[in-house]
Design a protein around this ligand. Structure first.
Ligand SMILES: C/C=C/C(=O)SCCNC(=O)CCNC(=O)[C@H](O)C(C)(C)COP(=O)(O)OP(=O)(O)OC[C@H]1O[C@@H](n2cnc3c(N)ncnc32)[C@H](O)[C@@H]1OP(=O)(O)O
Length: 258
């Protein structure tokens, strides 16, 4: 079977393209491909960031392939919810910076994959929703938690309980996406941000990301000692010495990701 989740590596950036026409929907196969791809990328020390986008002009992703749920088979529900969890948790835990370039509709699991990323850039015509309840389902791929965390309970409830679909502008106003760009420009903007990431030490970025993730589940009293511990651990890396010395020597740092 040809890849429906396509990968290309451009310098230090992994470009992941959802390519399952017509709506770039998620199936067991596409989720397995994403899960395994992110695991491989985590082992590639040359990759510092990941940009994910949808093929075509209309859809980022319309979420789970609803044909899979038509029979009402509970076994399929269990299988799909597990692989959704594995794929999107792998993405959330990606060592580098992940950026969703939302180039069209991001619905259900299609928005949840963007919510599993660190950053989101949407094109002006993109629309976003978690409409699972409209079809008797619920967002089972982190959506209830990630959305509420990102935009607060009020807007999460408007979107999940009332099925409200947001324009890119509205999504920006409530903090669901950090930036809105013109049609056709999300990918280039995401790549530019990923290039910006290359100026940071990848070891620092990985440690900082794990600390920010910790803020969701840990307490301040556990986070502050962890911050100090990871700060001290950076001094075991070459990147720490390279970064400080490059500054003092007024030159660009050459990261080794270690
Ligand atoms: C844990 C995760 C759970 C989930 O993700 S559940 C799924 C949540 N997602 C949705 O409910 C979105 C369903 N799709 C839509 O509501 C609409 O699409 C849009 C509003 C996004 C766009 O509407 P329009 O412009 O009229 O396009 P169109 O004709 O509906 O879609 C083009 C083709 O794509 C297929 N399609 C769209 N979404 C899905 C889907 N989620 N599962 C399976 N097929 C889908 C359609 O059926 C159609 O196909 P054809 O051209 O053969 O008629």
């Amino acid at each position: 079977m040809s890849a429906q989740i396509k990968l290309s590596i451009e310098g230090h950036i992994a470009v992941v393209t959802m390519s399952n026409p017509p709506a770039n929907t998620w199936t067991k196969e596409t989720l397995t491909q994403l899960r395994d791809m992110v695991a491989d990328l985590n082992n590639n020390k040359d990759v510092y960031s990941l940009v994910i986008t949808g093929e075509g002009e209309k859809f980022f992703s319309a979420g789970a392939d609803l044909n899979l749920f038509a029979s009402g088979d509970k076994g399929v529900a269990a299988e799909m919810s597990i692989i959704f969890g594995q794929a999107f948790e792998a993405l959330s835990n990606f060592r580098g910076v992940s950026i969703a370039a939302i180039n069209g509709y991001a619905m259900g699991g299609g928005l949840e994959v963007a919510l599993a990323c660190d950053l989101r850039i949407a094109e002006e015509q993109a629309q976003m929703a978690l409409p699972e309840a409209k079809v008797g389902l619920l967002p089972c791929a982190g959506g209830t938690q990630n959305l509420a965390w990102l935009v607060g309970e009020g807007w999460a409830k408007r979107m999940i309980l009332c099925g409200e679909r947001l324009t890119a502008e509205k999504a920006h106003n409530i903090g669901l996406v950090e930036e809105v760009v013109a049609k056709g420009e999300a990918f280039d903007k995401a790549m530019a941000l990923a290039k910006q990431v290359e100026e940071q030490s990848p070891t620092s970025v990985a440690a900082c990301k794990s600390l920010i993730q910790h803020s969701r589940s840990g307490t301040m009293s556990s986070a502050l000692p962890l911050e100090r511990e990871l700060f001290i651990n950076l001094f075991d890396t070459q990147d720490q010495k390279e970064g400080v010395n490059a500054f003092l020597e007024k030159r660009k740092a050459n990261w080794v990701n270690g």
